[in-house]
Write a protein of this length. Structure first.
Length: 408
């Protein structure tokens, strides 16, 4: 029998899959960082640092305060690797084979790969690989730019482009990060940390079709609640109709068909959430977490899914020209007790010890109750303390909310 669930239950099942249903119960440890990434399948990388960089922030939302050095340590130890998944992501090393086919056939990678660059600079690229083989890993910063400072990713110095092309085709991998800068080494050296027997494409690489099926399976597990229109976005799979694949996973017992209140399309719940279904159906599955989310959090990185699941229209505006922004530069969605209740534009002033909320916006219909006020203050203060900026400053917020938050 197909279960019928209210939309609120679907939201809470999704948050349970993402590790956001309840606040953390204990202080985070290094294994918790790896487990959180494995649970999400992917951790998107972004370098903007007006607050802590996105990968740290995504982990903080789930784990609370943690030692950010653990993420780099897991990468250097070979527990994680970097590659193009949703976008540039940290990926559990056991999933290397899922993305290997993209390295072997990078023609569809868009701006991330240029066969012309590879052909035109074959001599220099061969010399760069020989340099790494003889002298060890390198950073882009190890090479001087000729002719002054560049103007962004479209104006990379040649060595940076060489490194990125070799990274995309899988000949180089990121062995570690230093001050969040990539350190590139030969792929065989990096893979040896996780695959001591070596990687053999003929033996170890699944077919593109098998890899796609597994990525759909991982997407379903990470999302918890899925429908066909959402599946391709998680790993940036090619546009396609995934309904038949979801049916097959349901036939295999991997997914459970459900009907969600207000949705016309078929939906599915990942089998790992089955112990929660009775409570969800009875309305007893409750979210108690209030936290801020990164703009690059899996909960909101698919605009269509965030709108359909949470009735929350979210657009990342940091790459939008300032005059066209509606909410601000680095806007953090506010998750509170199973709902996305608002968003805020924040900046951590580390030298002054101030966490500034430039502007806070609540969604239409959200009532400022004493419980919401207490939840928001607690979430903001935890975030401020984690940044080492314990003084909370709210500049612009709905009437009375700024003073209430800072004096709570």
């Amino acid at each position: 029998m197909t279960l019928h669930l209210p939309l609120s239950a679907a939201r809470n099942l999704h948050l349970a899959a993402q590790g956001l249903l309840k606040p953390p119960r204990r202080k985070a440890s290094k294994p918790d960082v790896l487990a959180a990434i494995q649970r999400m399948a992917l951790l998107q990388i972004d370098t903007i640092s007006v607050v802590n960089r996105s990968p740290y922030f995504v982990l903080f939302s789930r784990l609370g305060a943690f030692d950010m050095a653990w993420l780099e340590q897991l990468l250097a130890e070979g527990k994680l690797y970097e590659y193009w998944a949703h976008e540039a992501c940290f990926v559990p090393s056991e999933d290397y084979g899922l993305l290997r086919h993209r390295m072997l056939d990078p023609a569809g990678m868009g701006w991330k790969f240029s066969v012309r660059w590879l052909e035109q600079h074959a001599t220099e690229i061969a010399a760069l690989k020989a340099h790494i083989r003889q002298r060890g890993p390198v950073r882009s910063a190890d090479f001087e730019r000729q002719g002054g400072k560049g103007n962004g990713w479209w104006d990379w110095k040649p060595e940076k482009r060489h490194l990125e092309v070799l990274f995309t085709v899988g000949e180089l991998m990121v062995s570690e990060r230093r001050n969040f800068q990539r350190v590139y080494d030969l792929a065989e050296n990096v893979l040896a940390k996780h695959y001591p027997q070596g990687w053999n494409d003929a033996r170890d690489t699944p077919s593109p079709e098998a890899a796609q099926r597994e990525m759909v399976r991982r997407s379903c597990r990470a999302l918890g609640v899925v429908k066909a229109a959402w599946v391709g976005d998680y790993y940036r799979l090619k546009r396609g109709k995934y309904q038949a694949m979801l049916h097959a996973l349901a036939d295999a017992g991997e997914l459970l068909p459900v009907r969600i209140e207000g949705w016309q399309h078929d939906a599915y719940i990942d089998k790992d959430l089955q112990p929660l279904l009775a409570a969800a159906e009875a309305g007893r599955l409750q979210s108690t977490a209030t936290t801020l989310l990164s703009p690059f959090d899996p909960v909101v990185w698919d605009r269509q899914r965030a709108s359909e699941l949470f009735d929350f229209d979210y657009r990342i505006e940091c790459y939008t020209p300032a005059p066209k922004r509606k909410y601000g530069y680095f806007v953090l969605p506010i998750l509170s007790r199973g709902k996305l209740v608002g968003r805020l534009d924040a900046k951590a002033h580390r030298q002054q010890g101030v966490f500034e909320v430039k502007a806070l916006f609540l969604e239409p219909g959200v009532r400022v109750s004493q419980r919401l006020l207490a939840d928001l203050h607690s979430a903001l203060q935890r975030c401020a303390d984690w940044h080492g900026t314990p003084q909370l400053r709210v500049v612009d917020a709905p009437a009375g909310l700024a003073s209430a938050l800072t004096s709570a």
